[in-house]
Design a protein around this ligand. Sequence first.
Ligand code: NAD
Ligand code: DAU
Length: 345
Amino acid sequence: MKRILVTGGAGFIGANFVRYITAHTEVHVVVVDLLTYAGNPESLKGLPEERVELRIGDITDAKLVDELVSSVDAVVHFAAESHNDNSLHDPAPFVNTNVIGTFTLLEAVRRHDVRFHHISTDEVYGDLELDDPGRFTETTPYNPSSPYSSTKAASDLLVRAWVRSFGVRATLSNCSNNYGPYQHVEKFIPRQITSILNGERPKLYGAGTNVRDWIHVDDHSSAVWTILQHGAMGRTYLIGADGEQNNRDVLGSILESMGHERDAFDMVTDRPGHDLRYAIDASSLRNELGWRPQRQDFSEGLAQTIKWYRENRWWWGLLKTQTEERYSAQETTNARALAARGTEQ
Ligand code: NAD
Ligand code: DAU
């Protein structure tokens, strides 16, 4: 593999993946990214220009996608609308990018017989009860809850159908919650870190008992690179690093690491339809492909992430103001939606 196309390479995980393969391989990377509110070319700053090329464009643009796909050996598809809260307020871009965008890429890789890896999420499986000892596996039935996760589920099914019907050479991966540098400040961990850095109190949705299965973004990158090289065609691999924690504990650790009391936060209106718990069983990836996570020490990863946000205010300062304005507007709508459904807050 000499040249790959990375869609969404100016977003959080895409940019970290481009950094990972630039550091660990000789591969030439073409990034295609629309630079939506979530994309930032600065996230690729400092990478060698002769190795990494950024093309600004939309993955639903069939002509552009065809041209880009025809020039590479493989496509790694990260581009998406990725935030659940936004999908509850304006689902249209989620259907467009996540479903039509994936369809457009699949048609291009089919025409040019190019290897495809589809990045997806554990949210396609819905959620687990807090006291359920089980975890998601590759055979867990799809049961998505939000407009975001349902469009990701739709995109996964398109990929599976293109493999079966047209013989497209594709693999899929469904990963749990990522954290690390360059993550948009709308997401839980960076939102809380940057609020504390701004002297504001963090906001916890509901009671904070919801559980997420945290993985450092570098471990996601190494898993994707492993699958791209050694994955079996048509297979789905679950990516996770045994990092289950509830939101209250994660927020307590952030506050403590930053010199505050663990309970120095406000409880705010819950997210409508809020998934309770995600948990990944990544044994296929471990046993069949020999992948191992290297960044499982959450305290260490969190401390490095806090340090990164402390030192890179230039990257997030403006985004923070815009994001909190958006959240204020969304909170009023959420409260109305929950009241209309008679859901307790
Ligand atoms: P992100 O929102 O940070 O980045 C998405 C990127 O896609 C942005 O750079 C954006 O500009 C680009 N993009 C959006 N629409 C586009 C379009 N129409 N054409 C071209 N580019 C477009 O998202 P992320 O958190 O980095 O997630 C990346 C992928 O990983 C997504 O597919 C997401 O579903 C998946 N995923 C995320 C997580 C997580 O914890 N963040 C976990 C599992 C899977
Ligand atoms: O599981 C994988 C998914 O993880 C990815 O597919 C998504 O793209 C990614 O955004 C993430 O989804 P979540 O909804 O789990 O992530 P988020 O960071 O939005 O929220 C994490 C948890 O924290 C969730 O239970 C909601 C809660 N939360 C979030 C925010 C922004 C809060 O309590 N307060 C907040 O301010």
